[in-house]
Design a protein around this ligand. Structure first.
Ligand code: PMP
Ligand code: GLN
Length: 389
């Protein structure tokens, strides 16, 4: 067969994250492209994982996830957001937040349905909606002054819309949902059947004293929505691929129908380790210090770049920083991000992967050891001086 036989996603290639990581590895470049920490996970967590493996936890975990880990997730939501989900029928553990976001989209989006997404968006949502036969309606995340654009979102949310997908703190822009935004959306959606998926994988990582915003805390959206979290982001274990979804029982039941035939059950010894470590003092301390740790890393990066031609608005949450290179290059950041990986030994994500037409901006992951950040600063300063000269 020629071409792309029977492809349901004929226009898709490999993700920009995979591409840039491969390029970084090929050229021995610092990889600030794909979003993963080079920081070790808490030692107590690793010890617990070894104990689980040595202790014989090798067989399937329950389909919805280990009950003790689900209990922790539900307590975590109650403590942070004041709402207690039932660990029995309102919480599901999957292979990263990705698998559950994907399952939720397959579970609820019917052929021909409209799904509203703020753009630029994490790259999973679009193909998942396409596979379900839905139509993606992209609205700009930010307005001209760089604020979250409520009007654009509300205008797109007509009663015919099946689903809205939100993400805060936001990947790739590093912005965070402003207070009151979810409540305004809730008021707008009243009387409709529109569902809301809230991708909160960077949830607690908010900077400069901002509040952590969650669908779980918004009474007007909670009944029509699922919120998604990821242990990978909270504990520097992205490779473990364990995440969760919480939401009302009726939505959770539908989500689990897909999850049980897709992932079914994931990482039993890793779930055991998480369930052991998270309730300990070390676990609580780790989570309590997470936002401050990442804010300090953001500041280290930005302090290092002060006075150069790289422009930026400091990230409000998460561990990505966008740098504007418009004083260095015109247009095609995709070409330059690849070029800088080869010539200056630093890999970034060109924001053009998310925008058409391309814009001269790159995304950096600052979830890195201070030494990595310092080396990155040096290379970025070289880029700036080479382009000025
Ligand atoms: N959503 C967003 C916005 C992300 O950045 C990521 C990170 N890869 C995910 C979902 C997926 O999380 P996980 O690794 O737990 O599948
Ligand atoms: N979430 C990660 C990022 O934004 C990428 C995960 C992946 O490679 N699919 O960099």
């Amino acid at each position: 067969m020629e071409g792309k036989p029977h492809s349901k996603l004929p226009d898709l290639g490999t993700t920009i994250f995979t591409e840039m990581t491969a390029l970084a590895n090929r050229h021995g470049a610092l990889n600030l492209a794909q979003g993963f920490p080079d920081l070790p996970p808490p030692e107590g967590l690793v010890d617990a994982a070894v104990r689980a493996l040595r202790g014989g936890v090798h067989q399937y975990a329950p389909m919805a996830g280990r009950p003790d880990l689900r209990d922790w997730i539900c307590d975590h939501h109650q403590n942070r957001h004041g709402h207690l989900y039932s660990s029995e029928n309102e919480c599901t553990i999957g292979a990263g937040a990705s698998s559950l976001l994907f399952a939720a989209i397959q579970a609820f989006v019917h052929s021909g349905d409209q799904v509203v997404v703020q753009s630029p968006a994490y790259d999973l949502y679009g193909p998942a909606v396409q596979l379900a036969g839905g139509h993606l309606r992209e609205v700009p995340l930010l307005d001209a002054s760089g604020e979250w654009n409520l009007d654009a979102l509300l205008e797109a949310c007509t009663p015919a819309v099946r689903m809205v997908i939100l993400n805060t703190p936001h990947n790739p822009t590093g912005t965070a949902c402003p207070a009151g935004f979810l409540e305004a959306l809730a008021a707008h959606l009243e009387g409709t059947d529109t569902l809301v998926l809230s991708d909160e994988v960077y949830g607690p990582i908010v900077h400069d004293g901002r509040p952590e915003i969650s669908l779980a805390a918004c009474a007007g959206l909670r009944d029509r929505g699922l919120a998604f979290g990821s242990f990978g982001k909270l504990l520097q274990v992205t490779g473990w691929k364990i995440g969760w979804a919480v939401g009302p029982a009726a939505l959770t039941a539908e989500l689990r129908k897909v999850h049980q035939y897709d992932v079914f059950s994931t990482g039993a010894p890793l779930q055991a380790a998480l369930a052991e470590f998270l309730p300990t003092d070390d676990g609580a301390q780790h989570l309590a210090g997470l936002a401050a740790m990442y804010q300090a890393k953001r500041d280290r990066l930005l302090d290092g770049l002060r006075g150069t031609a790289w422009q930026c608005t400091p990230a409000e949450g998460g561990f990505f920083q966008v740098l504007d290179a418009s004083q260095l290059i015109d247009g095609d950041d995709g070409r330059w991000a690849r070029e800088w990986t080869r010539t200056h030994g630093i890999a970034t994500i060109p924001l053009s992967a998310f925008y058409a037409p391309p814009i001269p901006q790159v995304r950096l992951c600052f979830a890195k050891e201070d030494a990595t950040l310092d080396a990155a600063v040096e290379r970025l300063r070289h880029i700036a001086s080479d382009h000025a000269g």
